[in-house]
Design a protein around this ligand. Structure first.
Ligand code: EPU
Length: 438
């Protein structure tokens, strides 16, 4: 039975909110545990559908995975990993499945997989991964949608990325940890989630250094050891809460977050007129929404630029701000689909190519909308909190993929947001209709 998210207008979200571990750090760090024989323990692991999916993938390769969702602790023992064939279903359900490529090449010297294919965000090829593995001595056979990669011995090389791809950087990095010699990744992605992976790899015994401005040097070692590692807090979840507070005129405190990994995003919130306090003595981020926020323009870019994963929720804030905003999406070829849905709530947005021009309106109105990706789901939930009446969001699977109890955490700040079966919603609708008649 289909589930939907029911959001009712909920002004002035208030309180302290605690963050989960970062989805985009935990997935790759789980994959990196394939490099190690023995039992590793990850802490601060969010319970999201993608984490469940990555657990299943590791198990299908022969790893033993135990997840204590209540304690947010995940154990992985990859001692007996022998399977190198990735199920097509896994690739289709979660693109991050491609992140087992580097560890399996380093550990077993082979992998067979299908291409992840395009997704709702656009084409999303894996050519940077493939090109650089070839340069490291991997032979790749491509047959229709099927890909096999084999190597007798990975070779350390100086690899120049034409674009700082997060996934390609992570895949090469993991493979290079067990490759004799020094591998250089020039123009590497330096997202906080990549840095968390590097922290975990260093704990395993990997030798990794940085060279300015964006080169990662990896000196291969012969063996890596099991670790205990705590996943960094999710900056994207933090941004989502800040924007939920911004559009509802709220005031919140997020203790765990390091504001230094959100600089450009926080700068834009301040330009809107919101009060953002961080730094010495604050111990996190204290946020108070402006009464009459101003619209700001922004463009997405690799870290430390404005994160594409906060573009959709930030668009919602522009829909309700005074003035005009130009939003340029430069990371993905097609990540403005939420604009169509926001129009249904009464937003004024014109989309052309990579750009959305938003004219702020004073009110949004609840409607039935569809979430097309993880961040669109969060954005529509935020819009629903600010909109008059009720907003019903379908595409709950996206919401569950990226967040651990985002609905419950928002409720604790005063939000009226509930995930329910569509049948229960129908009952609720008829109850409201009866109440209106009385
Ligand atoms: N790209 C290529 N060729 C490649 C690799 C990437 O053309 O071989 C293009 C992509 O098509 C995309 C751009 O480069 O247009 C950026 O891709 P990147 O490789 O940097 O991203 P990713 O590793 O696929 C991770 C996150 C995404 C996040 C991006 C950018 C994970 C599991 N996913 O994806 O997260 O948007 O980095 O920061 O870490 C999300 O959480 O909602 C999400 C989509």
């Amino acid at each position: 039975m289909e589930e939907v998210i029911l959001v009712e207008q909920s002004l002035k979200l208030t309180g302290e909110v605690h963050l989960s571990g970062a989805k985009n750090a935990v997935l790759v760090i789980m994959a990196s545990l394939l490099l190690v024989k023995g039992k590793s323990i990850l802490k601060n692991v969010p319970h999201s559908a993608d984490v469940d999916q990555m657990s299943k993938l590791l198990e299908s390769l022969g790893a033993i995975v135990k997840f204590d969702a209540a304690m947010h602790t995940l154990e992985v023992d990859a001692t007996n990993v022998e399977n190198y064939s990735i199920d097509h279903g896994a690739m289709r359900k979660m693109r991050a499945s491609v992140l087992v490529m580097g560890p399996l090449l380093a550990r077993l010297g082979k992998i067979a997989l299908t291409y992840p294919g395009g997704c709702v965000l656009g084409k999303r090829p894996i050519d940077y991964h493939i090109k650089n593995f070839k340069r490291m001595g991997v032979t790749i056979h491509e047959d229709d949608n099927f890909l096999t990669a084999v190597t007798d011995c990975l070779q350390a090389r100086r690899l120049v990325l034409e674009y700082p791809s997060v996934g390609a950087t992570e895949n090469i990095l993991m493979a290079a940890t067990l490759t004799t010699g020094v591998t250089e990744i020039v123009n590497a992605a330096l997202e906080p989630e990549v840095i968390d992976l590097i922290d975990a790899l260093r704990k395993m015994g990997a030798r990794i250094e940085f060279k300015s401005p964006a080169t990662i040097l990896i000196e291969g070692v012969s063996k890596l050891n099991p670790i205990e590692h705590t996943i960094i807090c999710d900056r994207l979840e933090a941004g989502t809460f800040l924007l939920a507070a911004a559009v509802t005129g709220g005031e919140i405190f997020i203790p765990e977050i390091d504001p230094g990994i959100m600089d450009v995003f926080l700068l834009k919130l301040e330009e809107m007129g919101h009060i953002v306090k961080s730094g010495a003595g604050v111990g996190g981020i204290a946020f108070k929404a402006a009464r009459y926020p101003r619209a700001v323009s922004f463009k997405t870019a690799p870290y430390p630029g404005f994160p594409t994963d906060l573009q959709a929720p930030m668009m919602v804030a522009q829909c309700l701000a005074e003035g005009e905003s130009t939003i340029e999406e430069f990371v993905y070829e097609n990540r403005l689909m939420h604009a169509q849905e926001l129009l249904k709530l009464g937003a004024q947005i014109k989309v052309g190519g990579h750009t959305a021009n938003v004219t702020g309106v004073s009110e949004l109105y609840g409607a039935d909308v569809v979430a097309t990706d993880i961040r669109a789901a969060a954005a529509l939930a935020i819009a629903g909190l600010a909109a008059h009446g009720c907003t019903v969001i379908s595409g709950v699977n996206h919401f569950r993929r990226g967040y651990d109890q985002l609905d419950v955490k928002l409720q604790a700040l005063g939000a009226k947001i509930n995930i329910m079966h569509s049948d229960s919603l129908k009952l609720k609708h008829s109850k409201w209709a009866r109440e209106e008649l009385l």
